[in-house]
Design a protein around this ligand. Structure first.
Ligand SMILES: CC(C)(COP(=O)(O)OP(=O)(O)OC[C@H]1O[C@@H](n2cnc3c(N)ncnc32)[C@H](O)[C@@H]1OP(=O)(O)O)[C@@H](O)C(=O)NCCC(=O)NCCS
Length: 157
């Protein structure tokens, strides 16, 4: 299920953002004590910020936001998809199902808009997920000491 973030998700947000495993291809995790101090009691809510819930428990997060300051011109101003799931939930199709649902929502509220996605090309699971969701390669570029893949999902027809 996709829903808005709530106060009861705070611990899981900290777990996600402090996990070295989750951040293997994302420049490393944030220190847990810093997150405990700085994470608001109720996470900020805005259209495009989803908690993914399975059997009443948060297992991941999906973000769709405007890439206003994106470093690649092809992505500037476009909606950008990001996803983080807890390792215990990996490999069971949840990310594919949840991201497809978030993209369906996006197609409904902003029809005719493309979506971009950036991921390290070494992140095999994320690359596979991007392909499954209909993203195709725009370009590869070097940033944050690694090769990055910029993909684009054309507007739904
Ligand atoms: C990327 C991530 C969301 C994938 O989640 P997931 O729930 O395992 O994905 P799914 O089970 O829906 O699988 C999607 C596809 O990726 C493949 N896949 C998943 N893990 C894989 C792995 N370790 N190696 C190769 N392929 C993998 C699946 O087989 C599936 O493809 P298929 O249907 O053709 O078999 C998850 O690994 C994650 O949260 N990683 C850490 C955060 C991250 O790196 N995010 C990317 C930021 S852009």
């Amino acid at each position: 299920m996709l829903r808005e973030p709530e106060a009861r998700d705070r611990t899981t947000f900290i777990e996600l953002l402090a996990s070295p495993e989750v951040h293997t291809y994302l420049g490393g995790p944030r220190p847990r004590d810093e997150l405990e101090r700085e994470m608001p009691e109720v996470p900020e809510r805005w259209p495009g910020s989803f908690v993914v819930e399975l059997d009443g428990t948060m297992i991941g997060q999906i973000l769709l936001r405007r890439a206003a300051g994106h470093r690649r011109p092809a992505a500037v101003g476009k909606a950008d998809l990001g996803y983080l799931f807890l390792p215990k939930a990996w490999g069971q199709g949840y990310a594919a199902e949840a991201c497809a649902a978030a993209l369906d929502w996006f197609d409904g509220v902003l029809p005719g808009e493309p979506v971009v996605l950036t991921t390290q090309s070494a992140n095999v699971a994320s690359m596979r997920l991007a392909a499954k969701l209909g993203f195709t390669e725009v370009e590869r570029f070097q940033a944050w000491d690694a090769e990055q893949w910029l993909g684009l999902r054309p507007p739904a027809t």
